[in-house]
Design a binder for this molecule. Sequence first.
Ligand code: MTE
Ligand code: MO
Length: 384
Amino acid sequence: DPFSSDPERDSRLIVHSKRPCNAETPAAEMEDFITPNKIFYVRNHLWVPRHGEDAAKDYQLTIETYDGEEKKYTLQDLQEKFPEYTISAVLQCSGNRRAHMSANARTANGIQWNVGAIGNAEWTGVRLRDILADVGFPVGKALDTEARHVQFSGSEAYGASIPITKAADQYGDVILAYKMNGNPLPPDHGYPLRVIVPGHVAARSVKWVNKITLSDEESTSQWQRRDYKCFGPNQGPNPDWDSAPSIQEMPVQSALTSLKYISAHSSQSQRKWLQAYGLEEDSVLLSGYAFSGGGREIVRVDISADDGRSWQQAELLPSDAKGSRAWSWKRWRCILPNSQVGKVFVIKAVDEAYNTQPDGYEAHFNFRGNLTSGWMRVENKPVK
Ligand code: MTE
Ligand code: MO
């Protein structure tokens, strides 16, 4: 039974499937900038490879250069040879919020994730760029070579690839991580080593990575050539798979993760909050996340309390983001008078390239339900 080495999981995770494990972070646990390891969503296509202490000791990473030559590194080699580097970065599954597409357009294939197939963590490891340089790849002149893709293989058989331009970019921050939020990677998240490709769909951040190949071709895995692509609203389920590019950088995304009732007559701390917003009446506190791919910073989150007729801006919370570009999400919050019970709140975000989200779901429907990002609509039903 290949699943026999799967770890125990936190009971707070919302489990969509057990074998393989697919489980999302409950919205109520997503209030912080950093998502704790124990409740970080788990998206496994297969089983978790063995992960005893010997897994790190026996670990070997093989790099296959463009000429077909192989170089090997132990975990210790990587840690001794290359400078340690920490970034904070979101991982978001391409299926995050698929349930909203299914509910608002048509049923899309795949796990019906709500808002929790996303998390933000600090990842510590070594730069892929430094390793490529060490095997003799000219990282500063990558396009002078014939290598166009960097393929990653996981030890359980998963595989994916990224463009050489991302891997060689000195501000691309692609790392091979051995720590998550300051602790060794948990088994579910890639122990002992995983790739982190910040700003890209999480499907490229290969866990349990044991081989890296420079190639003129993308990975030939189904996860590169088929599953993680988007087709037109009318296409499928048997499209010409090669006609669409594989998903790499993520579009703009935002979601509400909490809606709370604040009473003007209750605790002093709640009243202080209301005063800070210049409100005296009972109110609602909305909060959530916003994120964009490619390191593009979120510059605005717009909230409507009347289903999109009028808008105001949410407060973007300060954070301790690390890395060359904006790889982390922005947490946001907004306090509104509670005069609109039963009406619909709408949330949408804007990134620094002024990209924004589609207002509905039908126009970006795709049969696999990838990259759902329509404006999130939530009925005003505060919980006391
Ligand atoms: N890497 C391996 N080896 N096996 C996998 O099944 N799933 C991918 C990616 N890397 C996967 C993998 C997908 S689709 C996602 S969304 C992320 O890992 C999930 O990472 P997490 O489980 O650490 O949240
Ligand atoms: Mo995913």
